[in-house]
Design a protein around this ligand. Structure first.
Ligand SMILES: Cc1ncc(COP(=O)(O)O)c(C=O)c1O
Length: 444
């Protein structure tokens, strides 16, 4: 084998060549800008999917040509934009929404906190949701306490959460289900009154608001997903939002191997005391870069993902407007079926950026719901269930230690009879009308 033919990506003349590459990317994007006519019954109507434009491709190519790969200039730019978009002082980029939840929930138990949660402490959580909202609760040695949700908001009421509080309850971890905000202002008050830590899973709800504030600004931390089905995408990707500097340090350290040092990648001695501390039983002056003060992970994002994040984030408001308009169109068409379907409801003062359009059959159960899904699929319309349904019935969680606060009739009903269809920005009015027409046809 010959010597490695290494590139020097700071060589002179590369800027002009980069401009040439980007000009070609522009032509590529132009060629991909077509609007095929939707043919009902022949073309698939997805529930969601990425929506990319020319700036997205330019950003991805730019980051590739940088060759920096790990968090760099794009991560810095994306982080700054995200802070503003989520309304928090800081946003830590991670590899997925599930990683964000893992970080936020493990942070509850961090020895760097003044009063970390202890094994067996309880965490209230909605019975209906996605697996990785609750799996970190078990993984962190904590005990989930499941509460029922409402049939139409898909979230627990404040009263249900309050009634579930027991002597060992220390936290609430909840998603704004399918983008529909739970009562963040009331839950924040409840949490303050009972000294509970609130973690908001906003993975399906970026851009939703309640009480005039973005979801994710009511708890101690908030989590986001940038998987393609979500409100914007970085491919795989996610983030954790935080304000409190002590919490920020805990989350950042957990994200970066549990290390004590907070130097950004490629930076040395940000603290100015790199060789001066005394830690654990290590020798005096042990390089701070290799001091680990808690059991951590590595959950960082690459600069390629972050590059896509910068250009997707610029479209977040437009994506949200499209989701709201698509939801309104489906809702108007399906309201006449309210005697047959439980249709979605938002709380007063909420402005959801919906993840999908959820509804349940009023009559019949899992068999009829399966028939509906099959009927829609024959018409090439995809649908989804309300995530994992009643999570306490999931095989992975059966037999694990948890508490159920009160009966779960709505969670069970949602597990049997609910689905959601798409409202993502890539869906056209013709697709939405086809969805509504097909649901109406199934019921008549
Ligand atoms: C509420 C909720 N939280 C977390 C996640 C996990 O996000 P990711 O797929 O980015 O890991 C999902 C997945 O869609 C979700 O619906």
């Amino acid at each position: 084998m010959g010597p490695i033919d290494a590139l020097h990506l700071d060589a002179p003349g590369l800027d002009e060549l980069r401009a040439e590459v980007q000009a070609a990317v522009g032509r590529y994007a132009a060629a991909a800008r077509t609007t095929p006519e939707f043919r009902p019954g022949q073309d698939t109507v997805p529930v969601a999917g990425r929506v990319l434009d020319a700036p997205d491709l330019h950003a991805l190519v730019d980051a590739s040509l940088d060759g920096w790969l790990t968090e760099g200039r794009f991560a810095e730019r994306f982080t700054a934009g995200l802070r503003a978009a989520i309304g928090r002082d800081d946003a830590l980029l991670v590899g997925s929404g599930s990683q964000a939840n893992l970080l936020a929930i493990f942070a509850l138990t961090s020895p760097l906190l003044e009063a970390p949660l202890r094994p067996g402490d309880e965490v209230i959580t909605p019975a209906v949701g996605f697996a990785t909202t609750v799996t970190p609760i078990y993984q962190a040695g904590l005990r989930p306490v499941y509460v029922d949700v409402e049939a139409d908001t898909l979230n627990p009421t404040t009263e249900a959460v309050a009634a579930a509080i027991g002597p060992r309850t220390r936290a609430i971890v909840a998603a704004h289900c399918l983008g529909n905000p739970f009562d963040g202002p009331a839950w924040a008050e409840l949490a303050a009154a009972h000294d509970l830590l609130l973690v908001e899973d906003c993975c399906d709800a970026l851009g939703s608001r309640i009480g005039g504030a973005p979801v994710g600004t009511f708890g101690v931390t908030s989590t986001y997903s940038f998987y393609p089905a979500h409100h914007m995408t970085t491919g795989e990707g996610g983030a954790v939002g935080v304000d409190d500097p002590a919490w920020r340090r805990v989350l950042r350290s957990l994200r970066e191997w549990g290390r004590d040092c907070w130097c950004p990648p490629g930076v040395n001695d940000a603290c100015g005391r790199r060789f001066e501390g005394r830690f654990g039983e290590l020798p005096e002056g042990y390089d701070h870069k290799y001091v680990f003060s808690q059991l951590g992970f590595n959950m960082k994002m690459t600069d390629l993902q972050a590059a896509l994040g910068t250009t997707q984030l610029a479209k977040l408001d437009a994506f949200g407007a499209a989701r709201r308009a698509n939801f309104a169109r489906l809702d108007a068409a399906l309201r006449p079926l309210e005697d047959r379907l439980v249709l979605p409801r938002a709380l007063p003062g909420a402005d959801p950026s919906w993840f999908g359009y959820p509804f349940s059959l009023r009559e019949g159960g899992a068999a009829e719901r399966r028939e509906l899904q099959r009927f829609l699929l024959e018409r090439r319309i995809d649908s989804r269930l309300v995530l994992g349904g009643n999570l306490t019935r999931q095989p992975a969680l059966l037999g694990l230690d948890h508490r159920i606060a009160g009966p779960l009739p709505h969670a069970d009903r949602i597990t049997e009879a609910a689905i959601w269809v798409g409202v993502a920005p890539g869906l056209t009015p013709a697709m939405l009308d086809w969805i509504a027409e097909s649901i109406t046809a199934f019921l008549s």
